[in-house]
Design a protein around this ligand. Sequence first.
Ligand SMILES: Nc1ncnc2c1ncn2[C@@H]1O[C@H](COP(=O)(O)OP(=O)(O)OP(=O)(O)O)[C@@H](O)[C@H]1O
Length: 604
Amino acid sequence: MTSSHLASAAHKNSKRQLTLKALARLLPFAKPALPRLIGGLIVGLGAALASLAIPLVLQWVIDGPLSSGDRSLIVWATLAVLGLGIAEAALVYFRRVLVLAPATEVEYAVRQSFTERLLRLPVAFHDRWQSGQLLSRMMQDISMIRRWLAFGSILLLINLATIVVGTALLFRWHWSLGVVFVVCSIPIWVVGFRFEQRYGTLSRSSQDQAGDLATSVEESVHGIRVLKAFGRGSHALNKFVKQAETLRDTELKKGYEVGLLWFWYDLVPVLALGLSLITGIWLVSHSELTVGELFAFFAMATALRWPMGSLGFLFSFLIDTRTATDRVFEVFDSRVVIRDPADPKTIEDPSGELAFRDVHFHYPDARDGDTDIINGFDLVVRPGETMALVGVTGSGKTTLTTLPTRLYDVTAGAVEIDGVDVRQLRLEELRSLIGVAFEEPVLFSSTVRENVLLGRDDFELHSAEADTVLREALEVAQASFVFDLPDGLDTAVGEEGLSLSGGQRQRLALARVVAAKPAILVLDDPLSALDVDTEALVEVALRRVLANTTALIVAHRPSTVALADRVAVMREGRIEAVGTHAELLRTSAHYRHLTVSIATEDRP
Ligand SMILES: Nc1ncnc2c1ncn2[C@@H]1O[C@H](COP(=O)(O)OP(=O)(O)OP(=O)(O)O)[C@@H](O)[C@H]1O
């Protein structure tokens, strides 16, 4: 999803929910931390009260001991002011200490759930979402939530409470002073309300655009070789610059809005102070106010400047956090459509029959009226049989390989293992029954050992059993090159490790699926990156494995087809013919045509 899609979705969303309601969704995560956060709030309120008490002491000093000349009381009053100042500083420190750890724990909990959710969400979700959008939510938005919980929310509540109590005290000294202050603060609320509306949209755009920018950087870094080889570095840079400029413009607009808000929030307290000065002097001259009260009033108005001035920053912080929360919950709200059944079945002793019964499938982005990509596919791969799947490019072979493990669910019909619909099995059981090797081999940033034994959590990584399985799998995949790597099986590979060739990566991916020892293997053109000699060696070894494993192998080369007992010919999403290579050569014109193109493709 790009920022424009996200912004329009967000716009609808923002109409539906109030900011507080949107933020309330964080409560389940914040619950364990709530007592300490509330503790921090109470301590913070104590600090605010200490600061508000200072003007009261000052009033008492001026009207009492100072006018009567009682020196000992003046000393006590000075000590009281000093004590209140120290108490305020100490309480502010304790507030910070109290809230720091719980807010970090909430950040950790949200981030953990977010990752868990990302891993559970179906492949269809990941097809739609740009990785940069997910990354920026995971890092930037969740960090903002922590900062808000630790400081923003608490400061906002403390400062609002300080303003309310402070204004009440102003009324206590003289109602007209209170009225001047309240009337002067009306523009603050009007400006604040308008700000929320305008800034909310800008905040959303900027956070989405930051996600787009992250996606661009990620794609450029990933595709750096292609960009360099095609001399398109400057093209990628231009794209980045355009996106960065859009983000900069949005940030500037945000800055302008915040600047305007700060202007009002700085101006209003000063105006209030000026007007109050005139009113106060008038009141003192008419003996309606004592000098001590006037002095205290100014001390109080000064004490209220920071809480009032800070509201601008805190409101923008509040809205940024609301946007961040919305963005995080958009991922939480995405439905995990592929999940365990309510009443799962189990296959005690799998024989490994894999059957496709009138399977239909289209991707979620298909339009009404589009023909299904898998369009009534019927095929039974018998237990222990190796079936090659051939078809022209785009006929739906790769798509079909994603259905048995439920990376996508069929849209009609069923995929069955030993007569049980795969949707009736728990996902963990299903995925232990079927092993898949994709055409594009993906290695994780970890050691060779961890990569190859990814599908095995039934033994310790460094146990003797693990070693045996690992060595067998590496032998089948002809991946003994790993023993010559700097740290052998413990060499780090993947993005952060040693760079391997395409063929080496493919062999490790094949070793991974062999090591998983599933009852059924689904291999999507697993030998495409191997040279002819290595391929021949892998085939000999693979034949041993395939002798008692059911296998469905997408094949683009005659050598891969040769591994199979039977061949299924796929055309426009359905089966055109099934038989042995010899039978098909006799009976299927399409297969003969394919064989010619396959053989041509295979020529060096
Ligand atoms: N994630 C996706 N979302 C939408 N459409 C897709 C997706 N993946 C593939 N398709 C479409 O599905 C059709 C079948 O693609 P598929 O990769 O299954 O074909 P294939 O037979 O494996 O091709 P090849 O032999 O080139 O690998 C294509 O038209 C492709 O554009």
